[in-house]
Design a protein around this ligand. Structure first.
Ligand code: BGC
Length: 384
């Protein structure tokens, strides 16, 4: 791939590349940035133009991210013989994304996962959110949830690979949440074959923040994920009620179908015992991750025997939603005419625990004015 001409952005303090939302453009610093190509991905119904950024690293891996929902639309990774395939579910046009889909590759906010009955109380005031997953709030709510808005984007210079920063300003009261919030996510396709996502956010009023990426992986790039093997670094999970909302209890995984810690297991082997309401049986739960020694750890490994592909998830987050695409029902057709049926993809969403604003025993998710929310997750694309 060729190089795109772009503006190089430098951190305001001159050296802190991790300072996502404080990057500023230094005048006269234009130079060629290898590895990133910006193209048009079409227009939204409103006429707003959506751009697609194609990141290619020196090993030929490719990640495509569009401004609508700061969405990862494709991720091409090699198998054990070096053969590339797209291992993320997604669509070939912005129309299909805008029509509606279950968060494929989306950046999800302000609060990923569920908030019970769409309510939380902060500073004596009760806030009412959309109950778009009745009776609960899910993944930031309705039309202005962050997967459904067009983010601004700029190519940025990072030491470890081609990178693009996406930013979104969310107004006070948007989707019922308090505070004007400036959010950003930097995607870097590193030369070490990882897709790194670094999130940052600030607010001018206390507000719950919980951001994730909702990619659906299939390491064969076709078929189902029932034959994939999984390890999760968790000895416990947050119990969910019949609507998948935490009850507040944290339970051990040992001797349950949720145990992927004692030893890696094939996803399909115990799936029928994993729970869910017919016909949406399968895994859909939040794991309480073991804390990493340095606050950043490998928390899951997903692999597939025939291709040898191995996906490692690294994060600083306390939770991981493991979801086996139980609600996919064949009504959506993705790239290359691939019909997305139940279990076509697997989600491993790094996150804070669902419904934390309503559970005092869960780690805090309230961002205060003057603080900066930061979190980092990496998908490492390896072979076994
Ligand atoms: C949730 C599922 C939901 C899916 C798509 C996952 O994060 O846990 O219950 O169906 O997102 O919306």
């Amino acid at each position: 791939m060729g190089a795109a001409r772009a503006t190089v952005y430098h951190a305001s303090d001159g050296n802190d590349w991790y300072n996502g939302i404080e990057l500023v453009c230094e005048e006269g610093m234009e130079e060629d940035m290898a590895g990133v190509i910006k193209s048009s991905f079409g227009k939204l119904k409103s006429g707003v133009a959506v751009d697609l950024y194609t990141l290619t690293n020196k090993n030929g891996l490719v990640a495509k991210i569009m401004t609508f929902g700061a969405t990862l639309t494709e991720l091409h990774a090699p198998d054990k013989d070096g053969k590339m395939a797209n291992i993320c579910l997604g669509f070939d046009s912005v129309e299909k994304y805008e029509k509606g889909h279950p968060y494929m590759g989306s950046t999800v906010g302000r609060y990923c996962n569920r908030i019970g009955k769409g309510r939380f109380t902060l500073g004596g005031k009760t806030y009412k959110l959309a109950t778009n997953n009745p009776p609960n709030h899910l993944h930031g709510g309705g039309p202005k949830a962050w997967d459904k808005v067009n983010w601004k984007a700029q190519i940025v210079a990072r030491p470890d690979g081609p990178a693009v920063q996406f930013t979104y300003f969310s107004k006070d009261g948007e989707e019922g949440y308090p505070g004007n919030v400036n959010a950003s996510v930097i995607y870097t396709l590193t030369e070490a074959n990882t897709v790194k996502m670094e999130y940052a956010a600030t607010t001018d009023k206390p507000c719950p923040i919980n951001l994730t990426n909702h990619a659906y992986f299939n390491l064969k790039g076709k078929g189902t994920i029932l034959d994939h093997e999984l390890y999760i670094a968790a000895k416990s999970y947050t119990e969910g009620d019949e609507d998948l909302l935490p009850t507040g209890k944290i339970l051990p995984v040992v001797d349950t179908p949720y145990d992927f810690f004692a030893q890696p297991a094939i996803v399909g082997d115990r799936l029928l015992a994993a729970g869910g309401k017919e016909p949406n049986i399968g895994y859909d739960l939040n794991y309480v991750l073991l804390p990493g020694a340095k606050g950043y750890a490998t928390v899951a490994r997903l692999s597939e025997a025939t291709t040898g592909r191995l996906l490692e998830i690294r994060t600083d987050q306390p939770g991981l939603q493991f979801y086996t695409g139980n609600f996919l029902d064949g009504t959506l057709t993705g790239k290359g005419g691939w019909k997305y049926v139940q279990y076509s993809g697997i989600c491993l969403e790094t996150q804070h625990f669902p419904d934390s604003p309503n559970h005092k025993n869960f780690p805090n998710t309230i961002l205060m004015p003057g603080q900066t929310y930061r979190t980092r997750t990496e998908y490492a694309l390896l072979v076994k």
